[in-house]
Design a protein around this ligand. Structure first.
Ligand code: IPD
Length: 293
């Protein structure tokens, strides 16, 4: 029911803030100890705090909502890989932006997404370093720090791709095929003369925040025009998808069909490729705020 969802959102926001305290404590400890481990390769990092934050969050969710399923980055890495079902499922990245976290670059967050019937329904992303909390519930808008509805400014018409500010990430998949796709895309949009892009038609710029979830939030806030990445995992995007959509944005996954139905199908969940585009003036978000007046 709506009351249940409201309660879950309140619970999730409080949980994100509690996790944020542990992330800040962890940041001090890791910057002092440099105790960092590698997962799949030398750029896929993990610390004891990724695991500790996930344990804290999983424990609190199990206490409050024992029937809910749980998919978490670190549990998944440890081999706990539950099937995605229609049951309410928390999809959690305890520290999204672990590389930033270990370098003290203040763009790391906890990302808590709730899927219901496989669709992202509640999303909370909290960056404790900047005290920025993004939250959204399907059909009820996206907010920063619970007060300011996103996008905070009226969305401008979408610029051409060549004049946009675009979020992109190298990610931790540095395999030859992925790197080839990324470097070709980056150089082409940056204005590679080999592709005859007329002067003045290249993208205004690229930004890499180092956290997929925070890139989604930047698109929701209208700070980035779009975000493109190959290599994301469900826990990187489950919360961001709700936040971006509720701010009027569009999320495109691997398969066209999963986009049209707006359902977070298994294809989309594990598709690994995402394009997120910010809202424009006649976006659904604008219409729903009109309807609320
Ligand atoms: C990663 C970050 C990074 C993105 C990767 C993610 P992690 O998550 O969001 O910016 O490029 O695709 O996997 O490892 O920091 O939780």
């Amino acid at each position: 029911t709506q009351k249940d969802l409201d309660e879950i959102l309140t619970f999730t926001i409080a949980l994100a803030r509690k996790a944020g305290e542990l992330i800040l404590e962890g940041s001090k400890a890791i910057l002092a100890s440099h105790d960092v481990s590698e997962k799949k390769n030398a750029v896929d990092l993990v610390t004891e705090y990724d695991v500790r934050v996930e344990e804290l969050v999983r424990g609190e969710i199990e206490k409050a909502y024992p029937s809910f399923a749980f998919i978490g980055e670190e549990s998944y890495a440890a081999g706990k890989r539950p099937e995605l079902t229609d049951a309410p499922t928390f999809c959690v990245d305890p520290i999204d932006g672990t590389t930033n976290f270990v370098h003290g670059f203040p763009h790391a967050c906890i990302s808590l997404g709730l899927l219901y019937k496989r669709e992202p329904t509640i999303g909370v992303v909290f960056n404790p370093f900047l005290n920025q909390l993004y939250s959204a519930m399907k059909g009820h808008g996206a907010y920063v720090n619970e007060l300011t509805r996103l996008p905070a400014n009226p969305p401008a018409p979408f610029p051409s791709l060549q004049t946009a500010l675009i979020g992109m990430e190298w990610g931790s998949d540095r395999s030859a095929s992925t790197m080839g796709k990324k470097t070709r895309t980056f150089t082409r949009i940056a204005g590679d003369p080999a592709h005859d892009i007329p002067e003045g038609k290249m993208a205004h710029g690229f930004r890499s925040l180092g956290s997929a979830a925070l890139n989604y939030c930047a698109v929701a806030a209208g700070q980035l025009d779009m975000y493109w990445e190959i290599g994301c995992w469900p826990w990187d995007v489950a919360a961001g998808i709700v936040i971006a959509r509720e701010a009027g944005g569009e999320v495109f996954g691997d398969k066209e069909s999963s986009v049209q139905g707006k359902v977070f199908t298994d294809d989309m969940l594990w598709g690994r490729k995402y394009i997120v585009i910010r809202g424009v003036a006649d976006s659904p978000q604008e219409k729903s705020s009109e309807a609320q007046k």
